[in-house]
Write a protein that binds this ligand. Structure first.
Ligand SMILES: [Zn+2]
Length: 374
């Protein structure tokens, strides 16, 4: 409650206007909230998000010409998400300022019917305290997974520094602009050295200045486009480079920090793609990227000399085929999913077909052009 109030009191700019931008609010109040309230990080974020929600509706009221007061949060409440609440059948555990506590709860038949339904995922809850009755209420938000689409078509996606993302259907996203400024590298590096144990991920989150937002913005756009591309090609699966562990090195050179920042960006992108794809019922399958840039997607010849690392151009020493190296890698990533042995294939994939620019190819290499009857 106090955390949300603190946010709305401090959520004004120099001219007195309410700030509704989440990252600006974050920069302004997050550290204060952590210092002053002892709330865990997730709850601080929840608290200021709640305040922003209320501030937005205040602004709407003002716009309609009516006057109303700044939002106040009088009712004691705390908002919980997946990480701060675990809802079991008879009890829930909640993060509090004194650690996690387990509480038993009382259910009516109506609540029981939904909580017992496996199709609903328990997403987040709001804890309210009713002084009159001296009782706590936990409001739980349930989410039903959207139907997974059927079909066996796959979109292959390669992630790289030059284009950010390239698909097996030949779409390229945001060529070469995912680059932070030198100053930013320097600030991240210094911050890593100052704080000693903190990870790059945390540091980047905290130094969430203009440059981080710029990059996140690009990644959001790229992730949406990748999923739209999959949708346009009727794909039920996206094969994407698997999550690569970030090797932390605190005393990094600018180059190391640069690499860490890029792998941070890729992880963000991978998560965004998974999140956006879920809405379409498209499944995302992580694929180990080993050799996908050295192998010819046409004849399968594997050699480190196939690809010119300075230009990124791929020329097969065996069959002579030439492509953009990242486009070739995207096709290979899709093919890896296509040719997984039966035990490792995702349920429902069936034979599988990889979506290409002008048609599809199956696991045995048979090509079907768009429009041709299968
Ligand atoms: Zn070849």
């Amino acid at each position: 409650m106090n955390a949300a109030n603190y946010t709305s009191w401090n959520g004004r700019d120099e001219d007195g206007y309410l700030i509704l931008n989440k990252s600006t609010i974050h920069d302004r109040v997050y550290h204060d909230l952590r210092d002053r309230t002892e709330l865990p990080a997730n709850l601080c974020v929840r608290a200021y998000s709640k305040a922003i929600g209320a501030m937005k509706s205040t602004v709407e009221t003002w716009k309609s010409g009516e006057s109303c007061l700044l939002p106040r949060f009088n009712e004691p409440s705390a908002v919980y998400d997946k990480r701060t609440v675990t809802i079991k059948d008879r009890s829930a555990t909640l993060s509090t300022v004194t650690g996690r506590v387990a509480v038993e709860y009382v259910l009516g038949d109506y609540q029981r019917s939904y909580l017992g339904d496996d199709e609903y995922e328990r997403r987040m809850g709001t804890l309210h305290y009713d002084e009159g009755e001296d009782a706590f209420y936990l409001h739980i938000v349930l989410l039903k997974e959207s139907e997974q689409r059927s079909g066996d078509r796959i979109l292959g996606v390669d992630l790289n520094l030059k284009n950010v993302a390239v698909t097996s259907t030949g779409s390229f996203y945001d060529g070469g602009r995912l680059l932070w400024g030198q100053n930013h590298y320097f600030r991240v590096r210094r911050s890593l050295q100052d704080k000693g144990t903190r990870s790059t991920t945390q540091t980047l989150r905290q130094l969430s200045g203009r440059e981080n937002r710029f990059v996140l913005d690009r990644l959001h756009t790229a992730s949406r486009r990748i999923v739209e591309e999959a949708d346009r090609h009727d794909c039920a699966y996206i094969a994407i480079e698997g999550l690569t562990p970030i090797r932390e090195n605190m005393r990094g050179s600018n180059r190391t920090v640069q690499r860490q920042m890029h792998s941070w960006a890729f992880r963000e992108l991978q998560e965004m793609v998974a999140y956006n794809a879920a809405e379409y019922g498209i499944r995302v399958e992580p694929i180990p990227p080993a050799f996908t840039s050295q192998t010819c997607s046409r004849c399968g010849h594997k050699s480190s000399t196939n690809r010119d690392s300075s230009t990124g151009w791929f020329e097969c020493k065996e069959c002579g085929q030439e492509y953009d190296g990242d486009y070739n890698a995207a096709k290979n990533i899709g093919k890896k999913l296509l040719t997984l042995p039966s035990g490792q294939r995702p349920d429902g994939l069936g034979d599988g077909q990889l979506a290409l620019k002008s048609g599809t190819v199956n696991g045995s290499g048979d090509y079907t052009t768009h429009g041709a009857t299968p």
